[in-house]
Design a protein around this ligand. Structure first.
Ligand code: ATP
Ligand code: MG
Length: 328
């Protein structure tokens, strides 16, 4: 049994990318491990958020966790902002990091690109993420490919701290899906699918109406070769759709290629639209039940209590080692 930790930002509508890259593994891991799954609202505000939207999105993420099958009797589900130890250790870790290594983070480069004024929170985001993980001694971190660099930095910071102050933090490992660790945008296969993309046509949201899902997939960009073949280097768009198809259907990519041999993209896209819509319908029905039941607040309260208990132990240890006077 390992300690598992991960989170999703309430920064927009959760996408198939979040599901395939992260959430699907949350559901799997909860059976054999001690899991902590957060709604990382403190991370979401590293880009401006409308307060009402942030509240709604935070509840959406929590309800989607439950709808996707995370069982609160097995895993702790909580809001990052309900566990103040994250922000406190986050500050301490910021003092361990240096500017150069933060400047190298591709997420920072991507998200700050073209911005006239860059929020400082966006820059120090990885130090808070390091704290999220290290404060629980978490070992397995289910994330998509895009977070691997941040996890590497977390390990670097943990090593530096351990070296300076003695053995304190455990080294976390990423846990990514074999296929689908990076689902790409529907309109531009050079960019990953992201919920904060202003073009809603670029992603499939887990809460999209089935009719909208079918339409988005039918409009997804493809090449002009009309050959359903997995070839990410030369045919990134269709390869991305094949990856989604494979994940949802359970068929291998080779089986899907064989099924559509000699056919144009139309039938493939139509079937994929059906497949995704049929997958989302029961998830959305459970989501609506969760929202109506009012169970969310109890789940979040319980989760935060458990998380605080664990996190405070580590925070105290860290503060003692760094030389803070502890209250008596
Ligand atoms: P934002 O655009 O606000 O950063 P996001 O879609 O990138 O949103 P995050 O909350 O940053 O979502 O990430 C939540 C989890 O989903 C992380 O584990 C991340 O690696 C994973 N993830 C995000 N996008 C993808 C993707 N396109 N493919 C696979 N996994 C993804
Ligand atoms: Mg992201």
């Amino acid at each position: 049994m390992k300690r598992v930790l991960s989170g999703i930002q309430p920064s927009g509508q959760l996408t198939m990318g979040n599901y395939i890259g992260a959430m699907q593994n949350f559901v799997k891991l909860q059976h054999d491990h001690e899991c902590f799954f957060m709604i990382v609202d403190l991370h979401a505000i590293t880009v401006p958020q409308d307060p009402a939207a942030l509240r709604e999105q935070s509840e959406q993420v929590a309800a989607l966790y439950l709808a996707a099958g995370i069982d609160p009797s097995k895993a702790s589900i909580f809001l990052q902002s309900h566990v103040p130890q994250h922000a406190e250790l986050g500050w301490l870790m910021t003092t361990i990091a240096n500017m150069g290594e933060l400047e190298r983070m591709t997420q920072f480069k991507d998200k700050s690109e073209g911005k006239e004024s860059i929020p400082a929170g966006l820059f120090v985001y990885p130090t808070l993420m390091a704290a999220d993980i290290l404060v629980y001694n978490a070992e397995l971190i289910p994330v998509g490919d895009d977070q691997k660099q941040h996890l590497e930095l977390t390990r670097d910071l943990a090593n530096r701290f351990n070296h300076r102050y003695g053995d304190t933090f455990r080294m976390p490992e990423p846990y990514t899906p074999e296929v689908g660790a990076r689902i790409m945008s529907l309109d531009d296969a050079s960019k990953k699918m992201s919920k904060s993309n202003p073009n809603a046509g670029s992603y499939i949201a887990l809460l999209d109406d089935p009719a909208v899902v079918r339409k988005k997939i039918s409009r997804a960009k493809t090449d002009s070769e009309a050959l359903v073949k997995f070839d990410p280097a030369n045919k990134p768009e269709i390869s991305n759709l094949l990856g989604i198809y494979s994940h949802i259907s359970g068929l291998s990519v080779a089986e899907i290629e064989a099924k559509y041999e000699g056919q144009m993209y139309g039938p493939f896209k139509k079937d994929l639209g059906e497949l995704v819509a049929n997958f989302l319908e029961p998830l959305q029905a459970r989501y609506r039940e969760v929202r109506q039941s009012g169970e969310l607040y109890d789940v979040l309260k319980q989760g935060a209590e458990r998380a605080q208990e664990v996190a405070q132990l580590k925070l105290d240890d860290v503060k003692k080692r760094m030389g803070f006077v502890m209250p008596r």
